[in-house]
Ligand binder design. Structure first.
Ligand SMILES: Nc1ncnc2c1ncn2[C@@H]1O[C@H](COP(=O)(O)OP(=O)(O)O)[C@@H](O)[C@H]1O
Ligand SMILES: [Mg+2]
Length: 594
């Protein structure tokens, strides 16, 4: 077990809600002493009652005092319970917020490559399930529970020992079986949850497919409903069957355990009755001893249950802190970081660049060398899977490269502060985002420092053709889009595309990258978009990816990628003259445009 995470948790909880932790400590100490207090009180009351029976001139004052104390004790017990649960709820809420924020912050600062990894998603899924507050509070509550039960146990143990040493020993002995079984099942339960995450994820995903709006159409057209339902049933039942199996095992073990406890209890009862028989015990002592043995066993069970829980909790803490300790993207200090060249003079140099995805042996990019001059319009073409998207992601510093590098003027990309790098470029991806916010938001997200500049949004809206459909909408640029956050407007694929283009142009950056954002348009429409885009980006460096050659024709330079290598590079005329890769692709597609 790695206890360092336990310590970290305590430190974190202390930092977030120190005073409340102290309050909880106080409550648990008082709570721990209550059982002995009530047992001693019970003993006194019973002894007084026996004197009433044997003495006709009994003075009732002393029993009255005892009954009042009993009443106060009851009220205090109930009050403590309420204060404790209010205090816990408060701490939980604070921790939920604080740790939720930490996890979000971490997710923002992790390199993109993590998000390509299924194992990473499983990890994230495990830690975000079921609220952070109660999970993090769990170790503290468990420890306090152990302290409380220990106080109870020690006080009752001393009480029983004073009556007869064997009673003390027997109550301690009954702890061991529980401890062993609880620890074993704590570990098994966590491993089961961990192991079944993929099945649970699939069940959740399938159920989401069946219940969400986006998939509803296809599910009906392709009659997938029943099929997915069966699949969900299988995964769900597999999951719950394993859990039930474990519960059954645990229950059987518990029955065995309870029998041992009952046996020990029986032995204690025999000893107590013997003591009573030989006159070494008053009736009050007899009753309080019976109660004491019972409470001592309960407190020992409490300790062992909590000790076992620590195991389970610690496994969760390892998961959480390992997530929070994932390596962030490289951060530069003021001295070491380079800023992006304020004015790109020589251009972008890709030098002998190679790249492979994590957990894969295949080079997706292999020894690529390209020079892009400032202000040049470059088209990257090639078959699906030839490495076009990967190349531009390397250019944008989203992936760390395997070998070689990218230079902006003379500065190696690895030395450029990522924030500054991204400030100077803009991109539209193949799978661009459709934010369920207003039109204004969707466009102005292109430059988060400038989200109130309505004039600019409007101007770019007009340039990109967004304005044509937005001005017909009820609230103009304040119209909500999509149906996720309310009754927003639905847009067509082409309209979303225009919004995405507007977003990328909203940022005044020197380098623009388009990764087939228009692939869902028909070839002629796509050509039109590119022509329009070209006229709007005069003087800027534009890199666009397409598998449609007519759009490439407009470029100053065309780079043909094949299996991760540069197969050809030159102008349209150069490459047509070569009569090789580009020529063939172009000829095949030429009929689309004639
Ligand atoms: N996240 C990823 N993990 C592993 N392999 C990937 C990933 N993304 C793409 N690939 C692989 O890299 C190759 C190039 O992909 P990509 O750059 O997307 O090609 P293109 O954009 O030219 O269609 C493909 O063989 C693809 O299977
Ligand atoms: Mg691609």
């Amino acid at each position: 077990m790695r206890h360092k995470y336990f310590r970290k948790t305590v430190r974190l909880v202390w930092k977030v809600c120190g005073i409340r932790v102290l309050l909880a400590c106080g409550i648990n100490i008082i709570d721990g002493l209550l059982p002995l207090t009530s047992i001693i009180l019970l003993q006194s009351i019973v002894n007084e009652l026996t004197s009433i029976l044997s003495n006709p001139n009994y003075d009732f004052d002393s029993i009255l005092v005892l009954l009042i104390i009993q009443f106060i004790l009851l009220v205090v017990t109930s009050m403590i319970g309420s204060i404790d649960s209010i205090n816990s709820a408060n701490m939980e809420a604070k921790l939920d917020y604080y740790v939720g924020l930490l996890v979000i912050q971490k997710s923002i600062s992790l390199p993109l490559a993590y998000f390509e990894d299924a194992e990473f998603y499983h990890h994230l899924d495990r830690i975000t399930k079921g609220g952070y507050g109660n999970k993090l509070l769990s170790p503290i509550k468990t420890m306090l529970g152990i302290i409380k039960s220990s106080i109870t146990m020690i006080s009752l143990f001393s009480f029983l020992w004073m009556i007869h040493w064997s009673l003390g020993i027997l109550s301690i002995l009954s702890a061991f079986p529980t401890l062993i079984i609880q620890t074993k099942f704590g570990r098994e339960r966590f491993q089961l949850i961990r192991f079944q995450t993929p099945a649970a994820r699939e069940a959740n995903y399938t159920s989401a497919l069946l219940t969400n709006r986006q998939s509803a159409k296809e599910i009906r057209i392709f009659n997938l409903g029943e099929f997915f339902k069966e699949r969900w049933k299988k995964r769900f039942l597999l999951n719950s069957r394993n859990m039930l199996k474990l519960n059954k095992k645990q229950d059987i073990a518990r029955i065995l355990l309870d029998s041992i406890t009952a046996l020990l209890f029986g032995i204690c009862a025999y000893i107590v009755v013997s003591l009573l028989k030989v006159g070494k015990m008053t009736i009050g002592e007899f009753i309080s001893t019976a109660q004491g043995i019972h409470s001592a066993q309960a407190s020992i069970n409490g300790i062992s249950t909590n000790l076992a829980k620590i195991y389970e909790i610690n496994l969760y803490l390892i998961d959480l802190f390992e997530y929070l300790e994932y390596n962030d993207e490289q951060k530069f200090t003021k001295e070491t970081r380079n800023l992006f060249p304020s004015y790109l003079q020589k251009g972008i140099f890709i030098k002998n660049l190679s790249f492979k995805y994590p957990k894969s042996n295949q080079l997706v990019l292999n020894g690529i060398t390209i020079h892009i001059r400032p202000g040049e319009k470059v088209a990257i073409v090639g078959d699906n899977g030839s490495g076009k998207s990967t190349l531009v992601k390397c250019l944008m510093g989203l992936y760390q490269v395997e070998k070689g590098s990218v230079f902006y003027d003379d500065i190696d990309i690895v030395n450029i502060d990522n924030c500054d790098l991204h400030k100077n470029m803009t991109a539209i991806f193949q799978d661009f985002m459709k934010y369920a916010f207003t039109v204004m938001d969707n466009i102005s997200f292109g430059d988060i420092h400038n989200t109130h500049d309505f004039e600019l949004v409007k101007r770019i809206g007009i340039q990109t053709g967004v304005d044509d459909f937005v001005k017909k909408m009820p609230k103009d640029y304040d119209t909500l889009l999509g149906k996720i956050l309310g009754e927003g407007e639905e847009l067509s694929g082409g309209q979303w595309q225009k919004i995405a283009i507007a977003r990328s142009l909203f940022r005044d950056s020197k380098i623009l990258i388009l990764d087939e954002p228009t692939s869902s348009l028909d070839p002629l429409k796509e050509l039109e978009v590119y022509e329009q885009f070209n006229s709007m980006t005069n003087g800027k460096t534009v890199i666009f990816i397409s598998h449609r050659m007519a759009a490439a024709r407009m470029a100053d330079k065309i780079i043909v990628l094949k299996n991760g290598k540069v197969a050809e590079c030159g102008t349209h005329d150069d490459l047509m003259f070569l009569k090789s890769e580009y020529y063939q692709m172009y000829s095949v597609q030429a009929k689309w445009y004639s």
